[in-house]
Design a binder for this molecule. Structure first.
Ligand SMILES: Nc1ncnc2c1ncn2[C@@H]1O[C@H](COP(=O)(O)OP(=O)(O)OP(=O)(O)O)[C@@H](O)[C@H]1O
Length: 308
């Protein structure tokens, strides 16, 4: 059996003439949280649907938990959990009824069902709400219910497609605490997101754009290897300064953040602060500071979005 929870080579999916995912290679270690980071439409859901065995790949080879896909898709389905992008539970059933229904689908006995549901209701703070209709829950409660439903059968591998797009930062933080608990208990997790802070929490991630993987690795590793240095500038006329900087070849990106300009300068410039002072004809710069790179910087560099 493969040492990887997920291993893909040259994975692709075509819809008509359009490749939604192309040439995707993945090696995801068991017991880790792996992220797909990318903008809307980059192919995250398509990739996840292939990895869950729900969508047949048009190209490549794929093994998930040792099952060859698409051949063993039916066997795989019992060992994974999948929380889809949209709330997919029954709004007109209560919290407990939804969980009971899911437990029945996975064939839990009556006794197992009761124990597991009681345990999950407590774990996700829903025990006081078990008789409430799912449709009347808040966004955060709904998301916790969806996660409880996705893990009712204790899957070894959990897929979460943009799980926190409808919840506030506090609920998002709590949700991630629960993911780390699950991971600690041995569950492998693949999560898609377009939030940088969420991607930074993953052990490893792949940056996707237009159906292709642009980079992958641990967040710190991606930040260390991106080949640029980051400077923040303060000055009077930041809009003009930005345009002037973007005309300089080593400047890979310049973006305004409030009263600062965040500038990514190619690492071939070893002393970016000195280099900046040497440039003629720039609007006055009041202050320039070298700062730590962020995952957003990596994203900008990988996707070439900075020079617009
Ligand atoms: N069944 C389909 N038929 C035709 N095109 C499709 C189909 N499913 C997905 N696509 C296209 O493939 C591309 C990737 O879509 P996908 O849903 O995988 O992206 P995503 O990264 O999950 O985006 P979002 O975050 O908006 O859900 C999009 O251009 C989409 O229109």
């Amino acid at each position: 059996m493969s040492q990887w929870a997920i291993e893909a080579q040259g994975l692709g999916r075509q819809f008509g003439d359009f490749w939604a995912i192309r040439e995707l290679d993945l090696q995801i270690a068991p017991g880790t949280i792996y992220g797909f980071l990318g903008p809307n439409g980059c192919g995250k859901t398509t990739a996840i649907r292939m990895l869950t065995g729900l969508l047949r790949p048009s190209a490549g080879t794929l093994s998930v938990l040792g099952y060859a896909l698409p051949r063993d898709a039916e066997k795989l389905k019992r060992t994974i959990g999948y929380m889809t992008q949209n709330f997919s539970l029954y709004r007109d059933l209560t919290v407990r009824e939804n969980l009971t229904f899911m437990a029945q689908i996975y064939g839990l006995s009556r006794r197992e069902r009761r124990q597991r549901i009681d345990q999950l209701l407590r774990l996700f703070g829903l025990d006081q709400r078990q008789a409430q209709l799912a449709g009347s829950l808040s966004g955060g409660q709904r998301q916790r219910l969806a996660l409880a439903a996705a893990i009712i059968h204790k899957p070894k591998l959990l897929f979460l497609d943009e799980p926190t797009s409808a919840v506030d930062p506090e609920n998002r933080r709590e949700f991630w605490e629960q993911l780390f608990d699950l991971c600690d208990e041995g569950t492998s997790i693949l999560v898609s997101t377009h939030y940088m802070d969420e991607a930074e929490r993953c052990h490893k991630l792949a940056i996707l754009e237009s159906g292709s993987k642009r980079a992958d690795g641990a967040p710190e590793q991606l930040m260390a290897q991106m080949g640029v240095q980051v400077i923040e500038l303060e000055g009077q006329d930041l809009r003009r300064l930005k345009q002037q900087l973007l005309r300089l070849v080593p400047v890979r990106s310049a973006a305004q953040l409030g009263a600062r300009l965040r500038v990514l300068i190619d690492s071939t410039i070893t002393e970016p602060l000195i280099w900046l002072r040497q440039q003629r004809g720039l609007s006055p710069i009041a202050q320039a500071t070298l700062v730590r790179p962020s995952l957003e910087d990596v994203f900008v560099i990988c996707t070439g979005e900075g020079r617009q």
